[in-house]
Design a protein around this ligand. Structure first.
Ligand code: NZQ
Ligand code: ZN
Length: 384
């Protein structure tokens, strides 16, 4: 196992009806900016619960944060934070609202020029406005980590940053919020969480049985509970298990002391940047290609995934690797997520653009930094 440091300060408030604890967790006298997305919170009762709990606080609202939040929109909120002397940001929504709020929190305190540099140059975040979150979509793990992904429409770039400073002070996770999610978003959540685990697990062995078994327990829970949530949105127990799986998938715990990949995410972000494809769907497209091209490098862990998660024990190593890739693809397809580029109308032009972009960046990706533009082309061509 590799050396590591781990600190996760996010307070999780989990369960039915817990949104009513919101007010008591916000610092007294705070001036709040409530951030939200396209309005789902008004239809499913979440906004009313939030409003009831924050009674007495001075609060302004900022809506319209898009899925794959736009830098251009977020900068409008940064102005409000500065002009109105906001001291607390309250994110009510899915990963996009929360990621966007993290960027607002950092950008409002950024002293060294254009805050875009936080994303484009990884300029350090020295300070940020504190954030509280009410999560409405289990998927990203953003509620218990310091990551954020932001899209700049003007340049078709989708970039991320990470900082302890933007970890929420608290996140409220009421599984009942998912009752109003459409099938597409539940499927996205299952697949995004599944692939977060894969990015931290499917690398090479470093003798880390705790991390491996934690990872496998999250994967098997998603495989068991995901379809229950798809079939019956108001199955509270399944909703709760799904929600906690998504948080555990990306709160840093299973990443400690082990190598991490993230190539699937980095390539997937380009598909969203150019085609607006939902984040999770881009991952479902790319992952089988990454597994295929890295079948030698990842051999031990692919076999372990096959055996422990999919129950594949028959055949020689090569056959078992093929079966494991196949089973993984079938799982995504079983929740209604196609895994080929043409399913999304994407052709070779986009592959060319993505490879040119990676060439310009000049660095290779993956746990062994072995994937450059040529390998990325093979991965994407595998998905045609
Ligand atoms: O905008 P509203 O009206 O709220 O509707 C949203 C949105 O249209 C809707 N929705 C959310 N909760 C709902 C609901 N509809 C009905 N009932 C509810 N309870 O769902 C749609 C999608 O929401 P979004 O927030 O975009 O989805 P998700 O949570 O999957 O977030 C995706 C974003 O997170 C980033 C992705 O790149 C993408 O930009 N990620 C962030 C990560 C992180 N911070 O650690 C890691 C991930 O890998 C991911 O990259
Ligand atoms: Zn993701």
């Amino acid at each position: 196992m590799n050396n590591f440091e781990y600190q996760n300060p996010v307070k999780i408030i989990f369960g039915k009806g817990e949104i009513n604890k919101l007010g008591e967790n916000i610092p007294e006298g705070a001036k709040i900016l409530l951030t939200y997305g396209g309005g789902s919170i008004f239809k499913n009762g979440v906004y009313d619960q939030v409003k009831a709990s924050v009674k007495g606080f001075d609060m302004i609202e900022f809506g319209g944060i898009e899925p794959n939040p736009h830098y251009e929109t977020l900068m409008k909120a940064v102005e409000i934070v500065k002009n109105e002397n906001i001291t607390f940001l309250l994110s009510v929504g899915g990963g996009s609202v929360l990621d966007g709020t993290k960027f607002i929190a950092a950008a409002a305190c950024f002293q060294k020029g254009d805050p875009w540099q936080i994303l484009s140059r990884q300029s350090p975040v020295l300070d940020a406005v504190p954030i509280g979150a009410v999560l409405t979509l289990p998927a990203t793990g953003s509620e218990m980590n310091g990551n954020a992904v932001v899209t700049r429409v003007e340049t078709t770039e989708k970039l991320s940053f990470a900082s302890q400073k933007v970890m929420p002070v608290f996140s409220i996770l009421d599984p009942e919020v998912i009752f109003s999610l459409p099938d597409t978003q539940v499927a996205n959540g299952i697949v995004d969480a599944f692939i977060h685990v894969i990015e931290q697990y499917l690398t090479y062995p470093v003798n880390s049985p705790i991390q491996d078994r934690f990872a496998e327990s999250i994967l098997t829970t998603l495989v068991e509970e995901g379809p229950k949530v798809m079939a019956n949105r108001t199955d509270y127990e399944a909703a709760a298990n799904f929600m906690w799986s998504a948080t555990m998938a990306l709160n840093g715990l299973i990443a400690v002391g082990v190598p991490q990949d993230w190539a699937t995410h980095m390539i997937g972000h380009e598909l969203t940047a150019y085609h607006g494809i939902d984040h999770a769907r881009t991952l479902a497209i790319v992952l089988p290609g990454v597994m295929h091209i890295n079948r030698v490098q990842k051999k031990d862990k692919i076999l372990q995934l096959g055996k422990r998660v999919w129950g594949i024990t028959e055949g020689n190593a090569d056959e078992r690797i093929d079966k494991t890739i196949q089973k993984t693809k079938e799982f995504f397809e079983s929740v209604g997520i196609p895994t080929k580029l043409p399913d999304y109308g994407v052709s070779t032009d986009t592959i060319d653009k993505i490879c040119t972009r990676f060439k310009k960046r000049g660095f290779k990706i993956g746990e062994k930094a072995n994937l450059g533009p040529d390998e990325i082309r093979l991965i994407l061509e595998d998905r045609l």
